[in-house]
Design a protein around this ligand. Structure first.
Ligand SMILES: [Zn+2]
Length: 316
């Protein structure tokens, strides 16, 4: 297998950098190659302040060895490298774009377009399965859950759903989108994919990192890329699947006062939060469009016009 300047033979593990064509940024990558044909791709840090997944991917890349892997595991522990270095959170430092809105990307665009294009061309082209690790952003608190894509080929949807079933979280969300996000676009290419959400607020803990690593190992064991006799490989728990989610962006900038916490249930019409001005006057009241449960929400006092405010799953 060739990946950028790396050449990886069976029985080898190699680490290096994958150059992004155009802007010249370099993505860290580790390839663990055992016997067997199938390839799983694991990425983290598409949003660079989502540290749980980044740390979990760094550790998985250190821990997995070719003798354990049936097939190949490619790990990119940090996609938004310049955002991490400059701490610009969910956006790319060079152009202010959110990578998870730009897939499949473009060779002739700005840095974010080129990163997405390189991942699509160099990594999705090699992947049979895809796991993407996320958290709430630096200003967001979150309920742990996992996404997979609904409106794709049935076999892709079913395998993606079974991968999501292996995530140690009480909730799953079936996404309706087939472009924009990395796992969304990969699914539309026929690659069974899952996005894991755990942690938030720019923090990470040993417990959360270990849970992320267990999720990845359980999914790889279910796919028989790790040995299911040595690893847990079954579904973890009963999960509620949201077929529909609502993402509310702030119509005004100002001070934001959420009412509920992630994991709280509410009825249609309930006030989910208010935006007030600097004198304390209410500018906007966000009301629930349906019965639902908070998946994640902004908890910084500042809310940005057009930026995320709250997101919830609609009760099936
Ligand atoms: Zn994210």
């Amino acid at each position: 297998m060739k990946l950028g300047t790396l050449e990886i033979h069976r029985g080898e593990k190699k680490s290096g950098y994958l150059k992004v064509k155009g802007c010249g940024l370099e993505l860290p990558v580790t390839v663990i190659r055992g016997e067997g044909k199938r390839t799983a791709l694991v990425t983290a840090g598409i949003h660079s302040a989502e540290y749980v997944g980044i740390q979990a991917a760094v550790e998985l890349a250190q821990e997995l060895c070719p003798e354990q892997v049936k097939g190949t595991v490619i790990i990119v522990p940090l996609v938004n490298v310049s955002g991490f270095a400059h701490r610009t959170m969910s956006v790319v430092y060079e152009d202010g774009k959110n990578l998870n809105r730009e897939f499949p990307g473009a060779a002739e665009g700005t840095a974010a377009d080129q990163i997405c294009h390189t991942i699509t061309a160099e990594l999705f082209s090699k992947a049979d399965y895809y796991i993407d690790l996320h958290s709430g952003d630096g200003y967001e608190e979150m309920q742990n859950y996992a996404y997979y894509v609904g409106p794709v080929e049935e076999a892709v949807r079913e395998t993606s759903f079974q991968m999501a079933r292996r995530v140690d979280a009480e909730y799953l969300v079936e996404s309706r989108h087939t472009t924009g996000g990395a796992y969304n676009y990969a699914s539309s290419m026929g690659i069974p994919s899952v996005l894991i959400e755990r942690g938030g607020l720019g923090a990470w803990s040993r417990e959360e990192v270990d849970l992320d690593k267990k999720d990845v190992r359980r999914i790889l064991a279910y796919l028989k890329i790790l040995n299911p006799e040595e690893e847990e490989s079954g579904p973890v728990r009963t999960q509620l699947v949201f077929q529909e989610a609502v993402y509310e962006n702030a119509p005004e900038g100002g001070l934001w006062y959420p009412v509920f916490r992630p994991g709280d249930f509410f009825k249609k019409g309930a006030v989910l939060g208010e935006i007030r001005d600097y004198f304390g006057n209410v500018l906007y009241e966000c009301r629930a469009r349906a019965d639902g449960m908070i998946l994640y929400q902004t908890v910084s006092l500042a809310v940005v016009k057009g930026g995320p405010m709250t997101a919830y799953g609609v009760m099936p």
